[in-house]
Design a protein around this ligand. Structure first.
Ligand code: TYM
Length: 373
């Protein structure tokens, strides 16, 4: 891959992502200071993921707030493709989604695409993606969503409800559009070429179930955006509002570059990893430092590529001043990233231990959350 080249699709994120370029390429809008102020008027405070522009881009968020201010409340829609255990990467949009649910007091529809991952991954059987779905559901519940306002479903167990809207969507999407948006090839199986219609359905589902048009806001990382381009195109043809989005950046893996992805298990922290494994992974994380401590003290490092700094930034330190201090210490070479690793590992282990307790408790709550045919 040539320098400066990167790829972002729902199924692959590769290279160093240039988010400014991506906003132009995808035709989304950056979140402005004025929009942040507008959000803050409703939420009282700004989540650190907004303050830091981890959630950095959107479509129609002003419109969502217009509607909200006119008492036309939106619902949230997000999801998970169960190709493995949950990583901390997936937790980024979910933690933010929980905050949105709390602050705006809205319903959440959570789709689990066991069909997508079965169709996409030659190595996975349907039974396996369904088993991962069951595991992932525990993580979702453990995030702490409101059981009265949160509806989780897997595609294969909710297919009867989803299917009649999926075919209505599919009828409006030509194969050449799907090919242009998702890069399907002649060798792609025909299941995956239909699948984008299934991921579009929850944008409209609450409107169908409640028999009135309800605005939809999708919090997710920006890799999912191609799906929403299709959904937004079709929405008015079916008489629905276009779904709005708020997009996040990717938390990097523990190795150099790229996003955290379940397909590189050594570079990802899984919510099911034991505390010892989490500690070990962090202690081995890439920091991009100079080859010796002496050189590092002399020349400093680059917090932008140091995964230790990035983990504080994305997840483990809510206090902006503390993050700035950590970045400065790294930049100046005053403190070596290795010295920060111990502290980060303590924070990550605490997070995982608490999450795993909630995950255990989630086992008794599944029925409260699930939609089934
Ligand atoms: P999946 O399982 O690939 O990802 C689940 C969610 O996690 C986000 N994500 C990340 N966010 C930050 N840093 C990372 N390193 C990182 N890796 C993944 C994804 O953007 C996503 O929000 N097709 C979807 C499932 C789905 C869905 C949806 C997702 C169905 N409907 C609606 C979002 C919204 C998928 O495979 O997600």
């Amino acid at each position: 891959m040539a320098e400066g080249k990167f790829v972002v699709t729902p199924w692959e994120v590769r290279g160093e992502v240039n988010y400014d370029k991506l906003v132009k390429e995808f035709g989304t809008e950056k979140i402005s200071e004025a929009l942040l102020k507008r959000i803050q008027r409703h939420t009282g405070e700004l989540h650190f993921m907004l303050r830091r522009k981890i959630f950095f881009s959107h479509r129609d968020l002003n419109w969502i707030l217009d509607q909200y201010e006119k008492d036309n409340k939106f619902f949230l829609y997000t999801g998970r493709g169960p190709s493995g255990n949950t990583t901390l990467g997936h937790m980024v949009p979910w933690i933010f989604t929980k905050w949105l649910q709390e602050k705006f007091d809205v319903e959440l529809y959570f789709q689990i695409t066991d069909d997508e991952k079965f169709l996409l991954k030659p190595e996975l059987s349907l039974k396996q993606t369904q088993n991962f779905a069951n595991e992932n559901i525990l993580d979702i519940i453990a995030v702490g969503f409101d059981p009265k306002k949160t509806h989780i479903f897997t595609d294969t167990q909710y297919a009867k409800t989803l299917y009649s809207t999926a075919i209505k969507v599919a009828k409006h999407v030509t194969f050449s559009t799907a090919k242009a948006v998702f890069g399907f090839k002649n060798e792609s199986n025909i299941g995956i070429s239909f699948f984008p219609a299934i991921q579009a359905v929850p944008c409209f589902l609450p409107s169908i179930l409640k028999e009135k048009n309800i605005p939809c806001l999708i919090p997710a990382a920006i890799d999912q955006d191609p799906y929403w381009r299709i959904s937004r195109d079709v929405a008015p043809k079916l008489g629905f509002y276009k779904p709005a989005q708020i997009h996040s950046k990717f938390i990097p893996g523990l190795g150099p570059g790229a996003k955290m992805s379940a397909s590189d298990p050594k570079a990802a922290i899984f919510t099911t990893d034991s505390p010892e494994v989490v500690r070990k992974k962090i202690m081995n994380a890439f920091t991009g430092q100079q080859p010796t401590a002496e050189l590092q003290r002399k020349h400093g490092g680059n917090p932008e590529i140091c995964s230790v700094c990035q983990y504080y930034y994305f997840l483990f330190e809510e206090n902006d001043k503390k993050v700035e201090k950590i970045f400065e210490e790294e930049r100046s070479g005053k403190i070596l990233a290795g010295e920060h690793k111990e502290d980060l590992a303590d924070k990550a282990v605490k997070f995982i231990e608490e999450h795993q307790k909630k995950r255990e408790r989630a086992k008794d709550q599944i029925d409260k959350f699930m939609l089934k045919d």
